[in-house]
Structures are given as structure tokens and as C-alpha cells.
Design a protein around this ligand. Structure first.
Ligand SMILES: [Zn+2]
Length: 109
């Protein structure tokens, strides 16, 4: 006989995920934060912060608010990464190839 399932772990994980997402959304209302700010605020990695931000951007959809992005900027020549679709910080400047990039910042309006 088989089929006895013990899949009680996933719901817990997804609950934790939702909680973190709500914490991030609360933090972004009334403040402009980078992924690094968010990661220290809710104790997750920067990579996770970006994943949550992507999810938040989709779930808000302009109905419950809007994820406002202050684009990344090259610290050397001032190039602004306006057209960038992905949220993550770019690796280097396409104009001067400098790798010192001011990361994008996020808020919810
Ligand atoms: Zn540059």
C-alpha cells in the first residue's frame, strides 16, 4: 500500500514567503529602498529581495499600487539604465564600461 502523503512542509514555506513579501511591501510604502536595504530590513539575501520585487511588481499590477523604480545609474559617467526591464542591478555601464553602478531603488505608490 502506498500513497500516504506527508506534504505538510510546502504550505509553511509559502506562508513564510507571503509574510516576507508583505513585510517588503509595507517597508516600500513611504520609503525608497534598494535591494540591499530590503535584504537587511527583512533578513533575506539581495537575490531573494529581487525575486520578491519581481513578484510584487506583477501582483500589484497598477491596481493595488505601483512599484516605482528609480533606475540604476553609472557612478562614473552618469548613464541611467532607464530601459532596463529586469529589476536587478546591471553589471557594467554600456557607455564607459565602468562597473561601479549605483543600484536601482524601489518604492510603492
Ligand atoms: Zn558609465
Amino acid at each position: 500500500m502506498r500513497g500516504r502523503s506527508k506534504t505538510t512542509e510546502l504550505p509553511v514555506l509559502s506562508e513564510r514567503y507571503d509574510t516576507v513579501r508583505h513585510e517588503i511591501m509595507a517597508a516600500l510604502k513611504g520609503a525608497t529602498l534598494t535591494a540591499k536595504n530590503i535584504s537587511s530590513e527583512v533578513r533575506i539575501t539581495e537575490k531573494e529581495a529581487y525575486e520578491h520585487l519581481e513578484h510584487i511588481q506583477k501582483s500589484l499590477g497598477g491596481v493595488h499600487g505601483l512599484l516605482v523604480i528609480t533606475p540604476a545609474e553609472c557612478k562614473k559617467c552618469g548613464f541611467i539604465f532607464k530601459k532596463r526591464e529586469r529589476l536587478k542591478k546591471p553589471g557594467r555601464c554600456p557607455v564607459c564600461h565602468n562597473e561601479a553602478i549605483k543600484p536601482p531603488a524601489f518604492s510603492i505608490e
